[in-house]
Design a protein around this ligand. Structure first.
Ligand SMILES: Cc1cc2nc3c(=O)[nH]c(=O)nc-3n(C[C@H](O)[C@H](O)[C@H](O)COP(=O)(O)O)c2cc1C
Length: 204
């Protein structure tokens, strides 16, 4: 059974909600899923100033867990936007992959992306697009979700996150907006779609 890693960072819980849906979609395809969160890099003082709630209960992806990534059949990374690109906490995880880059352990591994921004125009696409450099240098294979979820992707009558690059949601200026049903369903779809892709690569 292929094993897929979902590796995310979430400060206010929006990305965590998408991560759980992505995991559900992966399971629906009969794949095993392991979920980890990126280690925090900010001090308790700063987190308090940012009114960050307690962390989700998922295990933390510390250096000794790198073998889980190296051995996974695919990985989906999720992170909130910071100034139009991935948050530093997730970048710090990528920056710890030097030895995996050197050994080529991640080459040919399929990788997906999902993201959250505060506002429309705040970086839904730039956040994903600028993350692709990480994947390219590691030799990973970016698996976009494209326009595979259906006609609702073209709706103009409401605010809805996500794009061809992956699932997405909006937190609003104060973080009070929560992922809508459509965004959660689209995240689940991404999990299933990605799992199907990984299964196609599995040896017969
Ligand atoms: C330092 C900082 C920078 C941010 N930069 C952006 C930004 O460039 N564009 C945007 O739309 N939202 C921005 N946000 C809002 C976050 O993306 C939002 O809090 C996040 O998507 C919520 O996801 P989470 O609940 O999983 O942490 C920023 C937030 C912080 C704290």
């Amino acid at each position: 059974m292929p094993r897929i890693l979902v590796l995310y960072y979430s400060m206010y819980g929006h990305i965590k909600k998408l991560a759980d849906q992505i995991a559900e979609g992966i399971r629906q395809e009969g794949c095993e899923v392991v979920i980890y969160q990126a280690p925090e890099t900010l001090s308790e003082d700063v987190l308090k100033l940012m009114k960050a709630p307690p962390k989700p209960s998922d295990p933390v992806f510390t250096f000794d867990k790198h073998s889980i990534l190296a051995e996974a059949d695919g990985v989906i990374f999720g992170f909130p936007t910071r100034f139009g690109m991935m948050c530093a906490q997730m970048k710090a995880v990528f920056d710890s992959f030097g030895h995996l880059w050197q050994s080529g352990a991640l080459t040919t591994k399929p990788a997906g992306l999902f993201f959250s921004t505060g506002s429309q125009g705040g970086g839904q696409e730039t956040t994903a697009f600028t993350a692709i450099t990480q994947l390219a240098h590691l030799g990973m294979v970016f698996v976009p979700v494209g326009y595979t979820f259906g006609p609702d992707e073209f709706r103009q009558d409401r605010v809805q996150g996500g794009s061809a690059y992956g699932a997405g949601t909006y937190a609003g200026a104060d973080g009070s907006r929560q992922p809508i049903e459509y965004e959660l369903a689209r995240a689940k779809h991404q999990g299933s779609y990605f799992a199907k892709f990984v299964k196609r690569l599995a040896p017969k």
